[in-house]
Design a protein around this ligand. Structure first.
Ligand code: ADP
Length: 549
């Protein structure tokens, strides 16, 4: 049959090591900055492959990692999938019971763990039958005090620097990641060789997160979170220089890596960049090497895009999901918008953006109809494509709920404008239904957070007898806020922007908004811990529905 070899990761590595043997890989570890070349990388991943063979890892076996972003973790990225095994990156920020569930569900054989995370893994593994028979390798040249583990350097030492990489089928599972599961147990997503190959090629296009061989790429988004948005693979395919910021990097570490290594493109969630912005404001840092800053995972605030624009750094706002390998949209400016004024351009760039090539989408409203692309109507975003999974691992119940005819029902509620830019207005589970109509909790949160006396705000729907649900705002005031007048000020702000029936029935003050393991507001915890029907019963307005406007 015509068509050549299957779509697998191996050729990316082969090309990078052969054509760019001297390209650098830089890594911040607890021992300082370490650096080596693609050529040495290629030798070490062959050593790792030989070591995995000797240990007894076979095709189809799952190998776990419990690690931050560094060169050893990157070695597992190509080595494990290229021998035909499956790399399962475990999020170390999850609660112990989720880690136990995940390790058991995935049936991991061996887990690579960072020295700084070994105590956390030891806690999860102690007296947990889920960990029976699992061995550990600590990402270091010495043993761990916390865990009985072979040091990584001893594990690969003495093994050959060449390996007969097998021809793999593109349907071979190569990676695995669990979504953090804001409700119930985490759900596993498997990435086949073809999904990772496709994601690499799709994100390499100018409409994705393009890179070239003169780029210096620093993924700040953790490598335990959906393969650091695929960047270790993309950067290798582009033969770019890699920079890994290591365990728990703070804004100072990131600023100095950018400056010292000449980082040109980096990626992470908004909170990381808020920290960097504050550090740069107060210190003498040269960001001039930086061309592109990718922001995703949560919405990029417009003020952040402006701040970086003023310093000559292009912000690319991206949206994605674990189920999508993960990049789905990037807010590139269409060429026809290049003549528009800055504010019009910003309106588009601050949205989640345009689908990357290779994907298709629909937006479906409550009546199962596709919504108009007018930037107003909203519905649930459905997507499909070669990078989008069609099932959850060993979870037929969840698969049935979230997939239909090959489409992933993302659970994100969006509008689409005339240009095709999507904007997320809510999670389907968080959208508030009042009198049969939807209220966007995200819009209310953003409006409330724009008040200078507010540092965080989350709005949830509280059940209501007459109106089904009514919004209640949970607000963390800044230390400087004048709390006695804050209620009224927030309500005035909302009144000026939103219809009366959107206004929260109550504003409650908290010291902190509960967060998920990926740093997002956990609406489930807010509902469980704080939301109480009495908050809305007495106060709901008579006209909490659009008809009565
Ligand atoms: P989790 O955080 O639950 O582990 P994911 O990382 O897969 O799972 O999160 C995917 C979800 O994160 C999306 O469905 C969407 O709700 C949210 N998200 C991702 N990127 C953005 C963005 N740029 N703006 C707003 N929300 C985003």
């Amino acid at each position: 049959m015509p068509g050549g070899t299957d779509q697998t990761l191996r050729p990316f590595l082969w090309r990078a090591a052969k054509l760019y043997p001297d390209q650098e890989i830089v890594s911040r570890t607890h021992q300082g900055i370490e650096r080596y070349t693609y050529s040495e990388y290629s030798d070490r991943i062959a050593q790792l492959a030989n070591a995995l063979d000797e240990y007894g890892i076979e095709r189809g076996d799952r190998v776990g990692t419990f690690c931050w972003n560094h060169h050893r973790h990157f070695e597992t990225y190509f080595s494990v999938p290229s021998i035909g095994a499956q790399l399962h990156t475990i999020n170390p920020l999850l609660p112990d019971e989720h880690i136990q569930y995940i390790v058991d569900n995935a049936d991991d054989q061996l887990i690579f763990v960072d020295p700084s995370l070994a105590p956390k893994l030891a806690d999860a593994a102690t007296d947990a039958p889920e960990f029976d028979g699992i061995d550990f390798v600590v990402m270091d040249d010495r043993e761990s005090d916390a865990l009985d583990a072979t040091p990584y350097e001893a594990f690969i030492d003495g093994h050959g620097t060449t390996y007969e990489w097998p021809d793999l089928d593109e349907t071979q599972p190569a990676g695995m990641c669990y979504t953090s599961g804001t409700t119930g147990n985490p759900k596993g997503v498997e990435y086949t060789q073809k999904m990772l190959w496709s994601h690499t090629m799709m994100t390499l296009t100018p409409q994705g997160l393009p890179m070239e061989d003169d780029d210096v790429v620093m993924p700040v988004v953790p490598m335990f979170h959906v393969n650091a948005w695929g960047m270790p693979f993309t950067a290798t395919a582009a033969a770019a220089k890699h920079v890994y910021p290591g365990p728990s990097p703070d804004p100072k570490d990131l600023a100095h890596l950018i400056e010292n290594e000449g980082v040109t493109i980096t990626a992470g969630v908004p909170t990381v960049w808020l920290g960097l912005m504050e550090y740069v404001e107060n210190n003498d840092i040269d960001l001039s090497s930086l061309d592109t800053l990718v922001v995703g995972g949560s919405a990029a605030p417009e003020s952040m895009i402006r701040w970086f624009d003023n310093r000559g750094v292009e912000v690319l706002h991206a949206w994605g999901m674990t189920e999508m390998s993960p990049i789905g949209t990037v807010a590139h400016l269409k060429s026809e918008l290049e003549e528009e004024d800055y504010e019009t351009q910003l309106d588009h760039r601050a949205k989640q953006g345009l689908l990357i090539p290779g994907l298709e989408m629909r937006v479906i409203d409550e009546n199962d109809e596709e919504v108009a692309w007018d930037g107003e109507e909203f519905g649930e975003l459905w997507v499909r494509g070669p990078t989008v999974t069609t099932e959850y691992f060993k979870r037929p119940d969840a698969t049935e709920e979230d997939f239909e005819d090959g489409w992933l029902k993302t659970g994100d509620v969006v509008t689409v404008d005339e240009e095709g830019y999507i904007k997320i207005v809510d999670r389907a589970k968080d959208v508030i239904k009042s009198g049969g109509e939807w209220i966007s909790s995200v819009e209310l949160e953003n409006a409330i957070m724009a008040h200078e006396g507010v540092s965080e705000a989350a709005v949830v729907g509280v059940p209501h007898e007459k109106w089904q649900e009514r919004p209640v705002a949970f607000v963390v005031p800044t230390t400087a806020a004048a709390t006695e007048t804050l209620d009224e000020e927030i309500m005035d702000l909302l009144r000026s922007e939103y219809p009366k029936w959107w206004l929260p029935d109550a504003i409650e003050y908290l010291d902190e908004i509960p967060k998920t393991a990926t740093g997002k507001f956990s609406k489930k915890d807010i509902r469980d811990q704080y939301s109480d029907q009495s908050l809305v019963e007495a106060t709901a307005p008579e006209d909490a529905a659009p008809d009565n406007e």
